[in-house]
Design a protein around this ligand. Structure first.
Ligand SMILES: NC(=O)c1ccc[n+]([C@@H]2O[C@H](COP(=O)([O-])OP(=O)(O)OC[C@H]3O[C@@H](n4cnc5c(N)ncnc54)[C@H](OP(=O)(O)O)[C@@H]3O)[C@@H](O)[C@H]2O)c1
Length: 254
């Protein structure tokens, strides 16, 4: 059996209606997983579900819309997944927000709290809801999509970077807590990826050149180039890895 095989596994991926989350869900389905597609917009989720089910068979994917800033929505996401598939083996905390662009001096308290709520506390909520069944079965993989922003300072996305650095620490803490129960927690730290989220950074040719001229691979990444790390972390291939972050950034941080 392939080390990367996910047959029989059930994965929730937040923010999977497009971008990195969609690519992760699609590639997990390719490896045999059942996947739960979630974002705020039901139509967008259903479109992804229909595409995955057309390729891998009816019942491979379901849509459960949920706003990560709502604890009730997240509980519904977990409950509906359990009702449909009976278990959750893999949790990918991928959705995040970045409502403010500028120096720390200009961020409002409300914006700062929103970033921490959506990028850190919501991950904590969802993990609190899912981890008990993983601990009981002594098997599970939790993946947090952080960012190379969490490894660096920034004059413009500092608040977001603070939240992404906190995600690295969330993974380390939980890896220590859950390790004795064979539940692993890791992060992925993408560099600049061609999605709506980062459109401002790649659409403008001047900013694109600035972002890529010193990058060893001389380009930005595609969503599917993050999905391989997620499949690795979800599968038996990474069974001795916990509390870590995999940087996937075309070499930018080196
Ligand atoms: N793109 C990059 O360059 C880059 C680099 C480093 C890290 N990241 C990280 O990668 C992750 C995914 O980003 P992406 O680039 O793939 O973004 P994206 O293409 O804009 O997709 C974001 C996804 O999250 C959903 N979403 C947004 N707000 C949500 C909320 N409040 N509740 C539930 N779902 C929500 C969106 O759907 P709806 O609008 O329907 O809710 C969509 O499915 C984020 O954690 C981001 O910080 C991205």
């Amino acid at each position: 059996m392939s080390l990367f095989d996910l047959t029989g596994k059930v994965a929730i991926v937040t923010g999977s209606s497009r971008g990195i989350g969609r690519a992760i869900a699609e590639q997990m389905a390719v490896q045999g997983a059942k996947v739960v597609i979630s974002s705020r917009k039901a139509d967008a989720c259903q479109e992804v579900v229909d595409a995955i089910n057309a390729r891998h068979g009816a019942g491979t994917a379901i849509a459960v819309p949920a706003n990560i800033s709502s604890k009730d929505d997240l509980q519904r996401l977990v409950d509906e997944t359990n009702r449909t598939f009976g278990r959750i083996d893999v949790l990918v905390c991928n959705a995040a927000s970045n409502p403010y662009y500028g120096p720390m001096a200009g961020v409002t308290d409300e914006q700062f709290r929103k970033v921490l709520d959506n990028n850190v506390i919501s991950n904590h909520w969802l993990i609190q809801m899912v981890a008990p069944q993983m601990i009981e079965r002594r098997d599970g993989s939790i993946i947090i999509v952080s960012s190379i922003g969490g490894l660096r300072g920034s004059p413009t996305i500092g608040v977001y970077n603070i939240s992404k650095a906190a995600d690295f620490q969330l993974a380390r803490n939980l890896a220590v807590e859950f390790g004795p129960h064979n539940v692993r927690v890791n992060c992925i730290a993408p560099g600049l990826i061609k999605t709506d989220f980062a459109r401002a950074l790649w659409e403008d040719p001047v900013r694109y050149r600035q972002s890529t001229e010193n990058a060893p691979l001389r380009r930005i990444g595609e969503p599917v180039e993050i999905a391989g790390a997620a499949v690795f972390l979800a599968s038996r291939a990474s069974s001795f890895m916990t509390g870590q972050a995999i940087v996937v950034d075309g070499g930018v941080t080196i």
